[in-house]
Design a protein around this ligand. Structure first.
Ligand SMILES: Nc1ncnc2c1ncn2[C@@H]1O[C@H](COP(=O)(O)OP(=O)(O)O)[C@@H](O)[C@H]1O
Ligand SMILES: [Mg+2]
Length: 405
């Protein structure tokens, strides 16, 4: 049986867990304070996107500092009674062979509240009664489900990893597995998975079955099945395709949304083609393509479509002569982002302003002008206070997301 690489290469020591230096230090400091009886809070909540190393950090830390780790995955189907039984016992019983204990309640926001109503209270009770440090993990600290726990917890944020953190780590894995991988292929994998280390490693393993070499084309075809990612695949075919046929195929992946594909290529061309002459040629091809599109639209001249498509794919692909292959994450077209954001934002913004206005006795306009900037600042920099405000004013997730942006 093949061992999943996420298990095989699971970091054993704290210094093998890449990135999030500050979070790791905060956790260490909190544990030290706890040990000396000086910790302000009895539990720590590690929060952040998946695959950033929350769980492995706790495991590695326990191993290094000689704690017995009692780990419960809260989103497993265990109900509150079982949570109580296991963690409650662990929290209150004497030490086993005098060893220190650390309790990890993993993925606390995965608890199914419908089926498991008592779970959060159970967790709260564990924190209250435990003689040992308790660490919780969650993706979203704003989740109303876990709001009763937030006040008891030291909040520690795990940020999305950077590509710079991910790359050396997966290169190391390739080396150990004897895989020769193009750097671009690895970088593609990293971005495609939004720098979620777990998914990156899983994808890498899936791609490496029966292969000892990994090229960008191999990697990009992986997401062919994955509709959502198809635009990224299409773009790498246009910008890094080995030949015109590959570049032209990008069109098939764009789900017939040619104008959207055009925007993406246009936005990313300057970032991908670093040589000015290359960029000039690409822009010329794009300008012509744009002209064809305009004519098609105006005169319904569909016979021009193949030219428009060839120009924006093959035209751009063949412009790359001197630009070195260079990895930069693909960027969402500004124009489209701006349009869709303003449309969506207006609605949310108004709802937020209305809620603030109700609390502060201000009009919507007044609260946009005088309160909103401060509330936004708080949401960016002070999660604890933000949590209180969100609760008090009953913000929903969309409103919170808007304020954090
Ligand atoms: N920062 C990291 N450094 C090294 N490997 C990581 C890191 N984050 C995640 N991983 C890999 O992903 C897998 C899942 O990590 P995990 O700690 O459960 O992430 P999280 O709890 O943040 O979702 C681990 O087995 C490990 O292989
Ligand atoms: Mg985890």
């Amino acid at each position: 049986m093949t061992v999943p690489w996420v298990v095989k290469y699971r970091p054993k020591r704290l210094n093998e867990v890449v990135g999030n230096k500050r979070a790791k230090e905060s956790l260490l400091n909190w544990l030290r304070a706890f040990k000396q009886g000086k910790a302000k809070r009895k539990a720590a909540l590690l929060y952040g996107p998946p695959g950033t190393g929350k769980t492995v950090t706790v495991e590695a830390l326990a191993r290094e500092l000689g704690y017995d780790l009692i780990e419960i995955n809260a989103s497993d189907k265990r109900n509150s009674e079982e949570l109580m039984r296991i963690a409650g016992a662990a929290a209150s019983q004497g030490q086993l062979f005098g060893k220190k204990r650390l309790i990890l309640l993993d993925e606390i926001d995965g608890i199914n509240m419908e089926e498991d109503r008592g779970a959060i209270q159970a967790v709260n009770k564990i924190i209250g009664e435990s003689h040992y440090p308790v660490v919780l993990t969650a993706n979203d600290p704003w989740n109303p489900k876990i709001s009763p726990l937030r006040n008891a917890c030291e909040l520690i944020q795990f940020k999305r990893l950077s590509a710079r953190d991910c790359l050396p780590y997966i290169k190391q894995i390739c080396l150990k597995e004897g895989i020769k991988a193009e750097e671009d292929a690895l970088k593609f994998l990293i971005e495609k998975n939004e720098r979620d280390m777990r998914s990156i490693i899983n994808d890498l393993q899936a791609l490496s079955i029966g292969r000892k070499e990994l090229r960008i084309e191999d990697a990009s075809w992986l997401s062919y099945r994955d509709r959502k990612e198809s635009i990224f695949t299409a773009l790498s075919m246009v910008f890094s395709g080995r030949n015109c046929a590959v570049a032209r195929k990008a069109v098939d992946l764009s789900e017939a949304d040619y104008e959207m594909l055009f925007e993406w290529i246009y936005e990313n061309a300057p970032r991908q083609l670093t040589d000015p002459k290359d960029l000039y040629d690409a822009m010329e091809a794009l300008a012509k393509s744009n002209l064809y599109f305009a004519r098609i639209k105006k005169n319904q001249a569909w016979n021009l479509l193949p030219f428009a498509l060839d120009l924006m794919t093959i035209g751009v692909c063949s412009s790359r002569k001197r630009s070195k292959p260079r990895f930069t994450p693909f960027k969402f077209p500004e124009r489209i982002k701006y349009l869709s954001q303003t449309r969506l934002e207006r609605g949310v913004k108004e709802r937020v302003a209305r809620a603030i206005g109700r609390a502060c006795h201000a009009s919507v306009r007044e609260s946009v002008r005088s309160y909103l900037p401060y509330v936004k600042f708080i949401f960016k920099h002070n999660p604890r206070l933000a949590g209180k405000i969100a609760e008090e004013l009953e913000f929903d997730k969309e409103m919170v997301d808007f304020l954090k942006r």
